[in-house]
Design a protein around this ligand. Structure first.
Ligand SMILES: Nc1ncnc2c1ncn2[C@@H]1O[C@H](COP(=O)(O)OP(=O)(O)OP(=O)(O)O)[C@@H](O)[C@H]1O
Ligand SMILES: [Mg+2]
Length: 152
C-alpha cells in the first residue's frame, strides 16, 4: 500500500495524472471516501491527462458518464484505451443495478478505463485486479489536505 498526502486540488490531480500515464486500457479503479473527499477531483486529473475537455462532475444522477479520448491523443499514446468511464454508486441500492446496465461487459474491455466512486457499495461485483484508492481528510483537519492510500 502506498500513502500520499496531497495539500491541494492540483496535487490530487497531479497524482491522478501520474497514475493515468500508466493506463493501457482495461483498468478498474475503485474510489472510496466520504462526501468531498476528492474522488471526483482525482477523476478530473485522469481525464486531464487524456486531454478530455468536457467538465467532469460526480455522475450521481446519471450513474454513468463516458468520456471519449480524442483521436489525436489516442494516436500519441498508441494505446488500446479510447474511453474513460465514470460511475458514481452513491445513490445505488444494490450492485445488481450495475449488473443490469451491463457493467460486466465493460470489465472485459481493453479500450476503456473505469473509475467508480463509492465503489465499496459494489465491491462484490468488481474484478480481482481492481485498483483501490481511498481518500481521507487528514486528522489535523487542515482543510486542503487529503490522505490518499493506493491499494487500501
Ligand atoms: N487536497 C485536495 N484534494 C482534493 N480535493 C480537495 C483537496 N483540498 C481541498 N479539496 C476540496 O475538496 C472537495 C473535493 O470534492 P470532490 O467532488 O472531489 O469529492 P468527492 O469525493 O467526489 O465527493 P462526492 O462523494 O460528494 O462525489 C473540493 O471542493 C475540493 O476543492
Ligand atoms: Mg464525487
Amino acid at each position: 500500500m502506498k500513502k500520499t498526502v496531497t495539500t491541494s486540488v492540483e496535487e490530487t490531480k497531479k497524482l491522478a495524472r501520474d497514475i493515468a500515464s500508466e493506463f493501457k486500457g482495461g483498468e478498474v479503479v475503485a474510489l472510496v471516501g466520504d462526501l468531498g473527499a476528492g474522488k471526483t477531483t482525482f477523476t478530473q486529473g485522469i481525464t486531464e491527462y487524456f486531454k478530455i475537455r468536457e467538465h467532469v462532475s460526480s455522475p450521481t444522477f446519471a450513474l454513468i458518464n463516458e468520456y471519449k479520448i480524442t483521436k489525436t491523443q489516442n494516436q500519441k499514446t498508441k494505446k488500446a484505451l479510447k474511453k474513460i468511464i465514470h460511475i458514481d454508486c452513491y445513490r445505488l441500492d444494490s450492485p445488481e443495478e450495475l449488473v443490469e446496465i451491463g457493467i460486466e461487459d465493460y470489465f472485459r474491455r481493453d479500450d476503456v478505463a473505469i473509475l467508480i466512486e463509492w465503489a465499496e457499495k459494489v465491491k462484490c461485483i468488481l474484478p480481482k485486479q481492481t485498483l483501490w484508492i481511498r481518500f481521507e481528510h487528514n486528522e489535523n483537519e487542515k482543510e486542503n489536505e487529503r490522505i490518499v492510500s493506493i491499494n487500501a
